[in-house]
Structures are given as C-alpha cells and as structure tokens.
Design a protein around this ligand. Structure first.
Ligand SMILES: [Zn+2]
Length: 103
C-alpha cells in the first residue's frame, strides 16, 4: 500500500529507530487502520519510523493485541508509542518513496 504520509524519508545509511540500536534500518514502519466501509489507511509511524530486521521480529513477537484487525488496539514494544488504533505494518526500505515524488 502507498502510505499517506512519510514523516521521515528513508535515506541510505538510516539506522534502526530503537534507542541504542546501530543496525541499519530494514523496514519503514507504518501505522495502518481501516474504517468501516473505507479503504486501508496507512502512514509512517512517526514514533518509530524505522526498524532493523531483528527489532521488527521482536516487535511482532511481543505484540499484545489481535494484529491486523480494523479499529483494534495493539500494544508493541517499539512501535505506535502514541497508542493509536490500528496495527503496525512494515515495508522494505528499498521501496520507501516519499509521497508526491515522481518515480
Ligand atoms: Zn534495531
């Protein structure tokens, strides 16, 4: 899915957003939700814009909540620190393109 908003554009050399982690970012973190009768809505998670592959795996392993369920509440160890409804999703950094930019 195309994200509606990119808070922190991916640049080469971007590290993981977990404090103290120096691993390269592997994925862009998105906060995704779906309203009744609507389409999927997703924007970059400004509270944790990037994760390395190890922290992505840990983020899902330690998730408390149903995951990809519309209007759901999920708690993650690293992402969605603002506690918004919806779920975390991940896109490869190589595919991250700022909104509005031509290919
Ligand atoms: Zn990391």
């Amino acid at each position: 899915m195309k994200l509606q908003r990119i808070a922190v554009p991916y640049l080469a050399g971007q590290p993981c957003s977990v404090p103290g982690c120096t691993a390269p970012a592997g994925v862009v973190v998105a906060l995704v939700d779906k309203y009744p009768g609507g389409e999927l809505f997703g924007e970059q998670d400004f509270t944790c814009p990037f994760l390395c592959h190890r922290h992505r795996a840990e983020n899902e392993r330690r998730r408390i909540g149903p995951g990809a369920v519309p209007r759901s509440d999920n708690q993650y160890p690293f992402t969605n620190r603002a506690g918004a409804q919806g779920w975390s999703a991940y896109q490869p950094c190589s595919a991250a393109t700022p909104v509005g930019r031509r290919p």
